[in-house]
Design a protein around this ligand. Structure first.
Ligand SMILES: Nc1nc2c(c(=O)[nH]1)N[C@H]1C(S)=C(S)[C@@H](COP(=O)(O)O)O[C@H]1N2
Ligand SMILES: [Mo]
Length: 550
């Protein structure tokens, strides 16, 4: 294959009708770049599909972007895209990729293949560095998908550019030729040659695109072999050794629009730093207990399940939840008590922090003192089914009374006993507090903010939570009126949110509804607003509704 190292002959722009290739140089270069990138990325995808530990470079780069994202931007992303922030990131990466690839195409067509290849290098470097800078230590072989992909992109670049120059040769439209031949060569002939050249170029570009699409599909399929879905589907967990009775019927109000007592798994919010859900196969998984312990432990999945299994109803809350937000949910968890497990390992009295490590390198950390008898679990099931993959299959931590980021490690693989002065968990260097007990919160679920209502009786209802303290009362205020006691559903326990309601005789006009709670220690929820950063939002949830006068 003749690799043309020089810039394409720049023709002194002949009339548009004679040489579409030259005239459309811009869009042709974009095609060259984007198709070459597609070939490169698809190749990387196939290579990544060969070995479990190898990943698509796009995802590796995405993970590094997530790690580098400052906390305010993370909260902004959640505010804008809700929990679609990852999809938004992938779309953003995709747009940047296309722009960059187009730039590479322009460079390759205008300045020569050599420069096009040089332009691919930063790209390959970003992919490779993203692998090497992963949260978990990975073998250098992890750069292979990137390197092979970059090589394929360069090959495609060369091929497309060769086809282009051939097209130019066929048209005989090298600038110099053009004016010397112009007198003898009929316009038609030149145009036909140009169209042939363009046709073969577009044919090549089209073929490469189809091949890249097929390869990307094949790569995804290959990666599917490492999915943990089959492992999860093959499990049947035995019931708890200490099962809980169903929650009291009086714990769930029969009011439209109020959050259900238990959040269905499919509706349960998902927050984590993993761009794609880690695939952890239960049969290959183990949990290690390490660090400042008398006796390190290592348990396989079966060995974990062989321990006493207990159930607990616990509300999990994300520190990024804004007042009135939806990053909170309740489940009946099944698992092994953390205090029992750590008692077997024997905690060194000098240890003050329990760190949970994930297979993807994420870490959380919370005080040893947290183990005060509360139902902290290594959980394996959620609402009656094995943990969904996105919620941490095969095992995760759940600690009542602490925000998720300091406690609820998903895809848990190690519990390390250490000290706060020796180890900072994932979010601490990013500006969040090392200790983060849950703040009391009350949410108005119904009516919705800015709802248009008819006058008359309107049920105002929602949920309130203050895990480990419980909710003692909820109060509602309409406009500047007095605080009125809401009716409380029966409490399930102190770790689960509590539903509340208050009938309201709505009168025409615009009204503000505010709600606050009092926890089991008698502490009234503060009006003072604080941001989610650095240890959770506070303040009252207030909504405005419009009541018509019909
Ligand atoms: N491995 C891992 N575990 C994690 C996180 C994470 O990013 N990675 N995020 C934590 C945070 S911030 C929260 S709020 C909870 C959310 O759990 P969920 O997605 O099951 O609702 O998981 C915690 N566990
Ligand atoms: Mo969170």
């Amino acid at each position: 294959m003749p690799l043309v190292e020089d810039p394409l002959p720049v023709s002194p722009t002949p009339p548009a009708s004679t040489s579409p290739l030259t005239v459309r140089r811009g869009y042709v270069s974009v095609i060259v770049g984007v198709v070459a990138a597609a070939v490169g990325l698809a190749t990387a995808e196939v290579v990544a599909g060969l070995v479990d530990a190898w990943r698509s470079p796009v995802l590796d780069v995405g993970d590094r972007v997530i790690d580098a994202t400052p906390a305010w931007l993370k909260d902004l992303a959640i505010a804008w895209f809700d929990t679609n922030d990852k999809a938004a990131l992938l779309v953003g990466i995709g747009v940047l990729l296309v722009l960059y690839a187009a730039g590479v195409g322009v460079v390759a067509v205008r300045f020569g293949l050599r420069w096009g290849i040089v332009a691919v290098v930063p790209f390959a470097a970003a992919g490779s560095l993203s692998v090497l800078a992963d949260r978990v230590e990975r073998s250098w072989t992890g750069v292979l998908p990137t390197v092979v992909g970059a090589g394929a992109a360069c090959g495609a670049l060369a091929l497309l550019r060769w086809s282009l120059t051939r097209g130019q040769a066929v048209t005989g439209s090298g600038g110099a030729d053009h004016h010397s031949d112009a007198s003898e060569s009929p316009r038609d002939e030149v145009a036909v040659g140009a169209i042939d050249g363009r046709r073969s170029f577009l044919l090549l570009a089209g073929t490469l695109t189809v091949a890249a699409t097929a390869a990307a599909g094949a790569g995804r399929w290959l990666e599917g072999r490492f999915s943990a879905a089959a492992s999860r589907a093959g499990l049947s967990l035995r019931p708890a050794d200490r099962p809980l009775p169903p929650p009291p019927t009086a714990a769930a109000l029969d009011i439209d629009g109020v959050s259900p007592l238990f959040t269905p798994n499919s509706d349960f919010y998902r927050i984590d730093t993993a761009l794609v859900v880690p695939q952890v196969v239960a049969e290959d998984w183990s949990l290690r207990v390490t660090g400042m312990v008398d006796q390190p432990l290592e348990l396989s999945y079966d060995e974990l399940l062989a321990r006493e299994l207990v159930e607990a109803d616990i509300t999990l809350t994300c520190v990024s939840n804004e007042v009135g937000g939806n990053l909170v949910g309740t489940a009946r968890w099944l698992g092994v008590r953390l205090d029992d497990l750590l008692a077997d390992a024997g905690i060194d009295p000098a240890a003050d922090q329990i760190v949970g490590r994930s297979t993807d390198g994420y870490t959380c950390g919370f005080p040893v003192d947290t183990l005060d008898g509360r139902d902290a679990l290594v959980a394996v099931a959620m609402n009656g089914e094995p943990l969904p993959l996105r919620h941490g299959f095969p095992a995760r931590l759940i600690v009542p009374g602490l925000y998720g980021y300091v406690s609820a490690t998903k895809w848990l693989t190690e519990i390390e006993l250490t000290r706060f002065d020796q180890f900072d968990q994932y979010w601490v260097p990013r500006g969040w507090d090392a200790e983060a007990p849950i703040k009391i919160q009350t949410r108005v679920d119904t009516p919705r903010g800015l709802a248009n209502l008819s006058p008359g009786l309107v049920p105002v209802a929602g949920v309130a939570w203050a895990q480990t303290r419980g909710i003692e009362s909820v109060q509602v205020r309409i406009d500047d009126g007095d605080w009125q006691e809401a009716d409380l559903a029966e409490a399930v326990n102190v770790d689960t949110w509590r539903q509340w309601s208050m009938p309201w005789e709505a009168t025409p006009g615009r009204h503000t509804i505010a709600a606050r709670a009092v926890d089991g220690d008698g502490v009234i929820q503060t009006e003072e607003r604080s941001e989610q950063m650095p240890n959770g939002a506070s303040g009252w949830h207030q909504i405005v509704v419009l009541v018509g006068d019909n």
